[in-house]
Design a protein around this ligand. Sequence first.
Ligand SMILES: [Zn+2]
Length: 69
Amino acid sequence: MRPGEGPDYIVCLECETPCYTFEWRGSKLVEAFCEVCGNDDIDLFVTEEDFEALSSEGSRDGFKEYLEE
Ligand SMILES: [Zn+2]
């Protein structure tokens, strides 16, 4: 990911689907909408990079810890 630009897509944590409907400002997500499950809570989306990092931790506990931070 290049500095100052958004990711190609983000991942909805509700249904783990890549989403392309979102708005990125500066270095963070400001708006997002999942067309699959209707989720529009930006706290429930992660970038592709974060999703891969979370996935590599093995279990859904990774997601839980991420959300509780
Ligand atoms: Zn979703």
